[in-house]
Design a protein around this ligand. Sequence first.
Ligand SMILES: *[C@@H]1O[C@H](CO)[C@@H](O)[C@H](O)[C@H]1NC(C)=O
Ligand SMILES: *[C@@H]1O[C@H](CO)[C@@H](O)[C@H](O)[C@H]1NC(C)=O
Ligand SMILES: *[C@@H]1O[C@H](CO)[C@@H](O)[C@H](O)[C@H]1NC(C)=O
Ligand SMILES: *[C@@H]1O[C@H](CO)[C@@H](O)[C@H](O)[C@H]1NC(C)=O
Ligand SMILES: *[C@@H]1O[C@H](CO)[C@@H](O)[C@H](O)[C@H]1NC(C)=O
Length: 481
Amino acid sequence: MALFPFLLYYLSGPRLLDSFRSFFFIPTCLALLTSLFILVYVSSTSKFFIHQHHPHLMIKSPIGSSRIPPTTHQIAHDSSHSPSTSAPDVPPESLEASKILPLWNYTREGIENLRYMESHQPIGSNGNPVNNEVFHDKDIFLEDYEEMNRSFKIYVYPHREDDPFANALLPVDFEPGGNYASESYFKRVLMKSHFITKDPSEADLFFLPFSIARLRHDPRVDVGGIPDFIKAYISNISHTYPYWNRTGGADHFYVACHSIGRSAMEKTNEVKFNAIQVVCSSSYFLSGYVAHKDASLPQIWPRQGDPPNLFSSKRKKLAFFAGSVNSPVRQRLIESWENDTDISVHSGRLKTPYTDELLESKFCLHVKGFEVNTARIGDAMYFGCIPVIIANYYDLPFADILNWKHFSLTVATLDIPLLKKILQSVSYDQYSTLQRNLLKVRKHFKWHPFPVDYDAFYMVMYELWLRRSSVVVPLNGWVEL
Ligand SMILES: *[C@@H]1O[C@H](CO)[C@@H](O)[C@H](O)[C@H]1NC(C)=O
Ligand SMILES: *[C@@H]1O[C@H](CO)[C@@H](O)[C@H](O)[C@H]1NC(C)=O
Ligand SMILES: *[C@@H]1O[C@H](CO)[C@@H](O)[C@H](O)[C@H]1NC(C)=O
Ligand SMILES: *[C@@H]1O[C@H](CO)[C@@H](O)[C@H](O)[C@H]1NC(C)=O
Ligand SMILES: *[C@@H]1O[C@H](CO)[C@@H](O)[C@H](O)[C@H]1NC(C)=O
C-alpha cells in the first residue's frame, strides 16, 4: 500500500520535466497501476499477508463464546496452548476475535467486551435470534425430538427367562443403584418404552442387550471372559438372524457404563468399529472409543427424591475435589492446591459429608483419574455446583444437543496451577448465569423408573436417533446376483 503515495508524488512531482512527463507518463502510469493491481490481488488471496491469530491458543470463555454455531461435539480442551499468549489484538467489532478471551486474564475490558457481545444477538438462518441458552439450537432439537418420539423404533434381541445368561441379557428386576446404574437404567426403561418393536423389519436400530456390569460379576464369565462372551454372542445372533450381516453391525448398539467395557470388544472388532457404543468411558483418547460414531452415556448416581433447595450465597468455598489420587492429573491438582484456603482438595475419603461439600462449594472439580468418567458431574449438577471439567479428550454426555460452555467450565490440565485465578475471574453475573443454566439441564441427567420426556433416557435415545442412518444390504437376492 506504500506504493500509492509514492505514485501520487511521482505523478505530481515538481522535479519532473514537462518533456519527460509527456514522453513517459502513459506507459509508466500503466506499469505502476498494473503492479498495484497485482499487489492488491496477491495480498487479498494469499495467506502470507494476513495476520493470523490462533484460536486454539486461547481458552474460550464460559459465557462469551455463546455465538459459536452448533458443533456436533465439544471435547475437553486440548492442552497445547501456552499461558504467555495475551488477548488477541483485533478490534472488538470482530465477532470472531472478541469471543475468545484468555480466562486467566479476565480484565474489566474483557468483561465489557463480553457484555457487548451478549447485547448484540446474532440472527440465525431462520431469521430468529439464535438460542443462546443451554441448547446448541433449541428449535431444531425440539422439532427433531418430536419426530424421534413418533417414529424411532428399536428391536431388542429376545432372550428367554430360562436362558443361562438371563441375568446379563434381561433387564434387572430391581431399581438400579450405585456408580454404574446408568447401564441398567437404560435397558430397564427402554424395555418399557414405546420405542420397542417386535417387528425387526420396522426397526431403525437393533439393541444388543448384554450387560457388561452384570457379566463382570458373573463367576462363569468374570472380567477376563467378557471378550469371549461378546464374541460368542455376536456369532450367535449373526447366524440366527439376518440383521447383523446386512450392515456389518452398523445399525446395532450396546450400552455400558463400567470402564471395563473398553476392553470388552477386544475380540470383536466389528462391534468396536461398526456398532454404536453408548458408554460412560467416552474418552477420545481410548482406542476402543470412536468419536461421532459412538456416544457418551452420562454416569449418574441415582438419588431419590427431588434435588435440594439451592442458594449460591451459601457457597462459601470456591472449589472442591475429593477422590483417590490415581492419575498424574489428580497428582498435579493435589500438589498445586493441597494447602489452599479457597480451593479444597482431598486425597482419599472425606471426614465431612460429601453432600455438604457439594452444597457449600461454588465449583466442583471433575478431574480425570484412572478413567475419564466418574459420577462427579452428575453429583455436582444435582447439588447445583458448577462442574469444572479437568479432563482433556472427554466427549461430554449429550454434547450434540447441549452447549456445555453455558453450564460448566473446562480447564486444560496444564492450567491446573492457574485454577484459582480462572475461577476467581468468573464474575457474580457470569456465575449466576452458569448456575441458572445448570438447574435447567439437571432434568436431562436424571433417570426415572418410567421414561419422562427429556430425561436421561430420552436424551440417550436422541443421541441414538442422530446416529441411526446406515446402509442396509438385503441378503436374499443380492447374493445370487
Ligand atoms: C491482561 O491484559 C491486559 C491488556 O489486555 C494487560 O495490560 C495485562 O497486563 C494483562 N494481565 C495479565 C495478568 O496478563
Ligand atoms: C413422546 O411420546 C410419548 C408416548 O407416546 C408421549 O407420552 C409424550 O408426550 C411424547 N413427548 C413429546 C414431547 O412428544
Ligand atoms: C450361543 O448359543 C449357544 C447355543 O444356542 C448357547 O449355548 C450359548 O450360551 C450362546 N452364547 C451366548 C454368548 O449367547
Ligand atoms: C452371516 O455371515 C457369517 C460369516 O460370513 C455366516 O457364517 C453366517 O451364516 C451369516 N448369517 C446369515 C444369517 O446368513
Ligand atoms: C502443604 O503443607 C505441607 C505441610 O506443611 C507441606 O509438606 C507441603 O509441601 C505443602 N504443599 C504445598 C503445595 O505447599
